[in-house]
Design a protein around this ligand. Structure first.
Ligand SMILES: NC(=O)c1ccc[n+]([C@@H]2O[C@H](COP(=O)([O-])OP(=O)(O)OC[C@H]3O[C@@H](n4cnc5c(N)ncnc54)[C@H](O)[C@@H]3O)[C@@H](O)[C@H]2O)c1
Ligand SMILES: O=C(O)[C@H](O)COP(=O)(O)O
Length: 613
């Protein structure tokens, strides 16, 4: 790809920085590698925004994307970090990824394991990195006995194991699209068959007369990352028209690329070359069946670089035999590798490759880094942008919720340190309750509560399950607030008769703490019925006293004598002279110091909690 002479198109890096993933230009949707410079350690470097490198000649008509088309859904998850995790890699991974993983944990490469061997090895692994040949079954999760925290790549039904699954969703997009194009060309000109024939000593020129692409219609089935890149390249190849079927695709994106979105029936009736790019789901399983093939033009060509299971293989054999499908090119199969008796493999009218879509040097380097960064970030307890078994939160919403993540965690920690029972979360928001997807915040509240009373790693995947297992009932409600903010405040109420600080009881007799975000920092604004104003950071000492002269100085003197510095203070007084004082301390007071507090004049109770866990 050459540098465009002049363009204002800007590439936005949606993943964490420094991952060499292809990113889409926000204006023309062209994907390019986000960074071509190598750092001194050989890694690809990138910046968070850069100029689109796509030559203008390759760009489709330009449309301004809508707000929704710009929103990228981002799954977010945090898991707790083991000190030096063991990372088991069961399939070949690029060296840049291995290097990165080795900086954060002990990497064990163990290729070609049998399912039984995988179950044995998994018992000592905190993270597992796989490619498509490794099946992570229920047995594998059971054999891990809860030690496995994250699987890098893919998995089904793992939510109940509380194990996060992350993948590398973008780094092989271009490679797969290029393979699709390679197969279209190979198919139309019989490249593979002719090559085999020459190598077998033949010179069969008339046998391998091909068909031209010019004047034909390329039909993209599944207009996602790979599909749209095949479409763009298809236009460059000279197809007369490129159409796409994808019930969920953006019209704006299609228009920008010069692709016409059509119905299922129209697609089948109009396509000459069908390039399949939909994921394997219950809806797409065997979607290319007898009925589908019967609706195609006679002599259609089918290219599958997606998943073998979207084609009903016996139906494709019948369609080839009937001449409805003239040729097929298959990179993927229902069972991989295909068994020797798979009738498709031996046919002259079918070109096969062994699941090579992602197999370019560049893509594998990119994938290795993308997955390594995702696994390391998950193990470090950071928000994992490529989690696949976690709720999707649009990037824009995530940006607005982000400051509330620390608040939710802090309030959960604060509330449970004042008691420990079931929780009620009240959100004050200007957003309609249905629009406010706050599963992330709920998970953080649960994490704040549970991490003090269990050793379990709480994350977005397992939070609800762990809460349920601990008998922690979470009730959420939202009250309207004025303004445009996504959230104004959060109130956590814990139902308990077992109160360590009775001033924290609200009018509903529940331990309650309320907070907000000020300048991106979490603040506690109310404890029980007392208004406070303190940053949720570090060690906090709460005292309750009669509002009378000398109490504040007595407490500060005791602290000062022990060398404990007060970083901030907030005092709230009710009309009947009941007062709560909140003090931020630079260091944790000793038990001896705390024992002196009840004897100080006016102090009726105190509690201390830490926001450093
Ligand atoms: N052969 C390889 O080595 C290789 C490499 C990369 C990706 N893949 C596969 O290619 C496929 C596409 O990957 P991607 O990264 O573009 O995914 P993607 O999620 O970006 O795109 C998939 C698209 O399919 C659409 N879709 C979903 N259900 C559909 C349906 N019933 N009919 C039509 N369209 C439907 C979605 O709306 C989406 O736009 C996946 O199956 C992926 O596993 C294979
Ligand atoms: O799903 C994918 O990313 C592709 O099918 C590539 O699979 P591979 O990593 O096993 O080549």
């Amino acid at each position: 790809m050459q540098k465009a002479p002049s363009t204002q198109h800007v590439m936005r890096v949606s993943g964490p920085c420094r991952i060499p993933i292809p990113v889409a230009c926000q204006t023309c949707y062209m994907q390019s590698w986000n960074g071509q410079e190598r750092t001194s350690r050989g890694r690809l470097a990138s910046t968070s925004s850069q100029v689109c490198l796509v030559p203008l000649s390759l760009k489709g008509p330009i449309q301004t994307p809508t707000r929704s088309s710009r929103l990228q859904a981002t799954p977010v998850v945090a898991v707790a970090a083991p000190e030096r995790p063991t990372i088991l890699v069961t399939e070949e991974l690029g060296e840049p990824g291995i290097d990165l993983l080795s900086q954060h944990g002990d990497v064990e490469k163990a290729y070609d394991l049998t399912p039984e061997q995988l179950c044995e090895r998994i018992a000592t692994a905190d993270a597992l990195i796989i490619r498509s040949a490794t099946q992570v079954t229920k047995e594998v999760f059971e054999a891990s006995k809860g030690r496995l925290k994250v699987v890098g790549r893919a998995g089904v039904g793992v939510d109940n194991h509380g194990c996060l699954v992350v993948n590398a969703p973008t780094a092989n997009t271009i490679a797969a699209a290029e393979h699709g194009i390679a197969l279209i060309c190979a198919l139309s000109r019989n490249v593979a068959q002719a090559d085999a024939s020459v190598k077998a000593g033949k010179w069969a020129r008339s046998k391998y007369v091909g068909v031209s692409i010019v004047g034909k219609t390329l039909c993209i089935m599944g207009f996602g990352k790979v599909g749209s890149e095949v479409a763009r390249r298809g236009i460059g190849l000279g197809f007369a028209s490129v159409i796409a079927y994808d019930p969920y695709a953006s019209e704006v994106k299609a228009q920008a690329l010069g692709v016409k979105l059509v119905s299922w029936e129209e697609a089948l009736a109009q396509g000459d070359f069908f390039s399949l790019h939909m994921p394997m789901t219950p809806q797409t399983k065997g979607i290319f069946n007898d009925d589908t093939f019967s609706k195609m033009k006679r002599g259609a060509r089918v290219i599958n670089v997606a998943r073998g299971g979207v084609i009903d293989e016996p139906a494709l054999v019948r369609a080839l035999d009937a001449g409805i499908v003239a040729q097929a090119a298959l990179d993927v199969f229902v069972k991989e590798p295909p068994p020797a008796d798979n009738p498709l493999v031996g046919r002259e009218d079918v070109v096969c490759t062994p699941h090579l879509g992602a197999s370019t040097t560049e893509a594998q380097e990119g994938v290795s880094v993308e997955i390594a960064e995702a696994v390391v970030s998950a193990l470090k307890g950071e928000l994992a942008a490529t989690a696949v078994n976690a709720p999707m939160v649009p990037a824009e919403v995530l940006a607005e919720l982000q400051p509330f993540v620390a608040l939710a965690l802090g309030l959960g920690r604060a509330a449970v340190q004042l008691t420990d029972k079931s929780a009620r979360i009240l959100k004050q928001s200007d957003w309609c309750a249905d629009d406010l997807d706050t599963r992330l915040l709920r998970a953080m509240v649960i994490k704040g509560i549970l991490e003090q009373i269990t050793t379990a790693n709480v994350n977005l995947v397992n939070a609800d399950l762990l809460a349920k297992n601990r008998g922690l009932r979470i009730i959420e409600s939202t009250v309207p607030a004025e303004g445009k903010e996504v959230l104004k405040s959060l109130r956590i109420a814990l139902g308990s008769s077992d109160t360590r600080f009775s001033a924290a009881l609200g009018t509903d007799r529940k331990i309650s703490v309320t907070g907000t975000v000020k300048g991106a920092a979490p603040y506690l604004t109310r404890i029980g019925t007392f208004d406070v104003d303190l940053s949720l950071d570090g060690i906090i000492l709460l005292t309750r006293q009669k509002d009378q002269p000398g109490v504040i100085s007595a407490v500060s003197t005791v602290l000062a004598e022990a060398g404990v510095n007060i970083s901030f203070m907030s005092v709230s007084v009710t009309p009947d002279n009941d007062a709560v004082m909140a003090l931020g301390l630079d260091m944790e007071p000793t038990p001896e110091l705390l024992a002196k507090l009840p004897s100080l004049k006016g102090i009726t109770e105190f509690a201390m909690f830490s926001e450093k866990v």
